[in-house]
Write a protein that binds this ligand. Structure first.
Ligand SMILES: [Zn+2]
Length: 305
């Protein structure tokens, strides 16, 4: 499958081969109480009363990226942008790409088409007002564009998005379309076209395994992440799509009374996130989606034979 990875000129005078493949780093900017795994523990009506930690934690990521001279794509939640427009302005000022994570972090399959459109349009409008330019990219809460919610792609096209990065081609209880394309693909939908940039997987023992983001980055040993990114780059000539959340660096965040599985996914190895991110940034080349994946060049999906 043709891929649209690009070598990014970091201005360091080295040739593209020496610089290596440009992977993608994405940051989903939200509070520690926003993940849907916390829905049962904290009702959204209580969000305003909880201490905010997202600005400080996002600044830690921004400083880490500045140290390594790396630019990333930040999918910012509208709820956060509405309260902290200065944070969105600061992310953009440092040269990162601003993209949309919806407004209220609701699962697409719980919202339905009408409420999904309202949520997306509201989040996009707030972000565009913050930075004064158009937002091209979207990521759904908990990657909740699944087999039964592909209508969401039509709504994203109609709302003016160029790309979506919400589909995880894996089996999971909250998200995932196991048989979906593993790499960037242009989808032809009733409403038009949109580029889908799936989250990273490696193929092993006949199935896709999620790698290089969120809990997978924290819970698997680092060597698995490194090997997976190398394999994607060298064998499949594709960029890894790495994702992190500001709360994943925050070991002191208030512990919420979620179920055992949610607590495991949310709190395991928070103390390792920063060092692992630092190692990734040191060992691989990263760029924002807008620079690493040229949407205009992404091949159109071909029907399965
Ligand atoms: Zn999120």
């Amino acid at each position: 499958m043709p891929l649209s990875g690009a070598h990014v000129d970091r201005g360091d005078g080295r040739t593209p081969d020496q610089r290596g493949f440009a992977n993608v780093l994405t940051v989903d900017v939200e509070e520690y109480f926003h993940p849907n795994a916390m829905d049962a523990a904290v009702d959204p009506s209580r969000w305003n009363a909880l201490p905010s930690r997202v600005e400080h934690n996002t600044h830690r990521i921004l400083d880490l990226l500045s140290e390594h001279d790396v630019r990333a794509t930040f999918f910012v939640l509208g709820w956060v942008a509405e309260r902290l427009p200065r944070l969105v302005v600061e992310i953009a000022r440092r040269g990162h790409e601003i993209a949309c994570h919806g407004y209220a972090h609701r699962l697409v399959y719980r919202l339905g088409p009408e409420r999904f459109r309202d949520d997306v349009a509201r989040g996009k409008r707030i972000l565009e007002d913050c930075i004064g330019s158009r937002i091209a990219g979207f990521r759904a809460a908990s990657c909740s564009i699944i087999g039964t919610t592909l209508w969401a792609l039509d709504i994203l096209i109609e709302e003016g998005f160029e790309y979506d990065s919400s589909i995880f081609p894996v089996h999971h209880d909250i998200y995932g379309i196991p048989g979906f394309h593993r790499f960037a693909v242009r989808l032809r939908r009733a409403a038009g076209e949109i580029v889908e940039i799936p989250l990273s997987t490696v193929r092993l023992l006949g199935r896709n395994w999620p790698v290089a983001g969120g809990g997978y980055l924290r819970i698997f040993p680092y060597w698995i992440t490194r090997l997976s990114v190398q394999r994607l780059n060298r064998r499949e000539h594709a960029p890894a799509i790495v994702y992190v959340h500001p709360w994943e660096l925050d070991t002191d965040q208030p512990r919420l009374p979620a179920g055992a599985l949610s607590r495991f996914r949310h709190y395991t190895n928070l103390r390792r996130t920063e060092s692992r991110l630092r190692r990734l940034l040191g060992e691989f080349t990263f760029a924002p989606i807008r620079d690493a994946i040229h949407c205009d060049d992404v091949a159109v999906e071909t029907p399965a034979p």
